[in-house]
Design a protein around this ligand. Sequence first.
Ligand SMILES: Nc1nc2c(ncn2[C@@H]2O[C@H](COP(=O)(O)OP(=O)(O)OP(=O)(O)O)[C@@H](O)[C@H]2O)c(=O)[nH]1
Ligand SMILES: [Mg+2]
Length: 667
Amino acid sequence: MESPMCLIENAGTLRVVPEAMSYLMGVSQPVVVVAIVGLYRTGKSYLMNKLAGKQKGFALGATIQSKTKGIWMWCVPHPVKKDHTLVLLDTEGLGDVEKGDQKNDAWIFALSILLSSTLVYNSRGTIDNQAVENLQYVTELTERIKVKSPASALSAEGDDDEEDAQFLQFFPRFVWAVRDFTLLLEIDGKKVNEEEYLEHALALKKGRDRKTVDYNLPRECIRNYFPTRRCFVFETPAAPDKMAHLESIEENQLSSSFKAVSLMFCNYIYQESLVKRVKGGLPVTGRMLGQLTKTYVETIASGGVPCLENAVVALTQIENEAAVQEGLQVYRNGMEEVTFPIGIEEMSKHHRHWDSQAIKAFSSRSFKDEKGEYMKKLLETINEAYADLLIENEEASEELCRQLLSQLSQPMAMKLENGSYAKSSGYELYCVDRQALLDEYNRKPNKGVKAEEVLENFLKEKSAESTSVMQADKQLTEKEKKIHEEEMRSLKLEQEKRRETQERQIAEQMLEEQSLRHQETVHHLKEKMKREAAEAQQEMELALQSKLQEQNELMAMGFKAKEAAMEEEIQRLQVGINEAKQRQEMELMGKVKDFMTVISTGLNTYYDYKKTCEQRKLLAQKHQMSTKGVKTPRQDTNPTKNRSGSSVQNKSAQGVSTPSQKDGTSV
Ligand SMILES: Nc1nc2c(ncn2[C@@H]2O[C@H](COP(=O)(O)OP(=O)(O)OP(=O)(O)O)[C@@H](O)[C@H]2O)c(=O)[nH]1
Ligand SMILES: [Mg+2]
């Protein structure tokens, strides 16, 4: 992305900018999202340009009027993490008196938290009480962000406390950037580092009086929601006369201390900022970030409160639906390359390969498909597409075999017409020619799955012709005729057996295919569940660690009461981790059973399709007979040349909805 673009417009109401949305839709890499918030005119945009590694980008303002409006976005390749995108979010300055809309500021702050994996809070001067109080928005976060949807919050016990505690699982890391710091880093005459300076500023006071409670409230919120905190203290970057056009002055004119801290700050962000994750621990891609932004902004614009759980549900639906389509497309594209007719083994090999690729593609995009409904949907749509292809392959084979027999029987037809068989020993000649025809037919390879059935029908059709040639042969005695009739019968019987064998092989192949498909699906499912469980567990364990650290700090400060409340939260997290493990096992068993059913209905789908096809053929034949000589669409179609076109055309004539028709694409 060459330069930043506006992601969320703020003109009275909040609105996602469509161009930014469509840009994000094209980003399939995981994203590390860094948002900066803070009072207006405090050098936020300038610092974000440093993170982008550019002198210019986010627009700076040289006057005292605020510059950035809404939330701007700049996507750059991550300088350290390969195949990751670094998304920088520069926000409208808070507390602008001209704007005078506190509510709007609170939403900008809430959105920055919801969308980022690292939140930089920018302030000027020192971290005094005023600076902490300017962060008042943290105290209202429970009114601005909900973790659980109202329905699941009702069913959960102790919702408020739990909700509060859950924030930290999904909240970004916190970095406080203090600009134009002119004092010495000293507390009570003792030198301290930036971290100690921040912790000192966030230390709680003992006491229950109003003043102390008010003092503690924002600090408690920061400590609670952002257990991972860092602080960077920047000096003024250049001499006062240069400050108005900082972005155009050379790097060597910046103060060396500012340059050194900027470098440390950037390195910290590049190394330590994590990939954005949603509830459940799933890593967020650019596309998903776009969806999340849309969901949150639309909720706020319609007067609602953004809910992390609902956003994930909406995201799950969109992404999983897209994952089904992606999987199906992989299957269709792969199978499109196969030229029909082919034998059932080959067909099955291609199907299994592309089915497996489709499931892989689906699995890498889908998430939290807890009931397995999207996986089932994919399997069902592939069942339909496969049934469709099996029929196409049959039709192509039938067509090819018919054409081959018609071509091979041309010389016999000519001889029949010019009376070559209508003489003594004519039947013997007829039998020799017929055998030659059969040998030639059987020698031809790649006739496909209908080879034996078409030949069987051919022999049945020729039965009357054969009998009349035999009857006309004057040289044959009645006894010889009887023998020949017997021979003809056994020829037909033998062919019937060959057809049955071919059909049995097809059925066996398909059953084997089902069992392999089942094994493979279960394998993918287990892998996917393991991965998702590991992500969720990692998320909870990180939260647990942060809580333990905070508990230690509180103990050190002597806050017994808070420590007890925290102990409860810690236990809740531990129980959560164990329950998640057990739930995974149970869910897997249920899903495996469900998929078994879908996979075994694969054959039924095919047989249903087949039945419909046969009915269609019968109707077409009747129609042909009643309108003698008028060609049916079936006769005009060459399945080997245009597989998808012929199939769709034929089925739609019968009102059978094919998968290809459902989504408007061709198979
Ligand atoms: N004193 C001082 N000025 C700075 C610093 N960084 C940037 N500036 C200057 O301050 C002015 C405002 O900088 P911006 O980066 O636009 O500040 P902002 O916080 O994004 O402002 P808004 O978007 O209006 O909220 C510009 O003239 C910058 O050159 C800094 O560290 N100290
Ligand atoms: Mg700005």
